[in-house]
Design a protein around this ligand. Sequence first.
Ligand SMILES: [Zn+2]
Length: 308
Amino acid sequence: MATRRDTHYRGRLAPSPTGYLHLGHARTFWIAQMRAQARGGTLVLRNEDLDRARCKPPFVSAMLEDLKWFGFHWQEGPDCGGPFGPYNQRDRFDLYRAALRQLKESGCVYPCTCSRQDVLRALQAPHQGEDEPIYPGTCRQHPKSEIRNPNWNWRFRVPEGEALRFDDGCYGPQQFVAGKDFGDFVVWRHDDVPAYQLAVVVDDAAMQITEVVRGTDLLKSTVRQLLLYRALGLAPPEFFHCPLVTDHAGVRLAKRHDALSLRTLRRGGATPVLLKQAWELKRLSLSDGRGESETAQVWDAEITESER
Ligand SMILES: [Zn+2]
């Protein structure tokens, strides 16, 4: 497959404003920024606000403030514009719709009337250990006329048995087999919202991103996205997946770990310099603001590997 290795480097930060940014996001984004800067590239900030129920305007302004405080600099984004805008996913529906139309016309997707459960999940990026179950193919054979609900989901038909490969910039060669490691996946929800997988492919292609840097929880999603790139006739970027920052129990940091949100850390007196040192030391002393502190966090042992 063609790549854009030789062109001007374009990377992106793609946070979702469903809560406050935490140290785990900052770590992944920092690697993205370092990789862009090392190549004299451009860094794009994309606001992934598709989930109307969970993405709140106060989180968007907090996100911009926290990123700036930490030392992030982007050259294109929702706050500063740029040649590939708009940079809020909510404002890009025409592009997603056009991609869905193309997938329908080429027969790559089919309507699916299965339960809400898997479908709801399709809107967000999957997290480690929370990958969607393999779809049993229930609706693959339905003639369209049999489906009464006009508001169906659209599911991508994966090429059963095909081994999909890519070279990850951090983890090396990857392979996942369609139909075995992952199944037909939702690209458009019945409530007329594109799934994460489709939106991210459309945007990364339209914004001419040359390398996607993100957490390792999205490693397997990459092959779903490669199928979408192929089906849409688009050249995929390079991929670099970072080990995730975990808490002392080895659990991935989530937005619910409020103690590790950038705002809480800042309020407790942390500075960006201290937080970056904590990555190196793989631990961090947390202050509760009342003089009590604890050293609670360690980081994935692979973390230094990601700096290669
Ligand atoms: Zn179905």
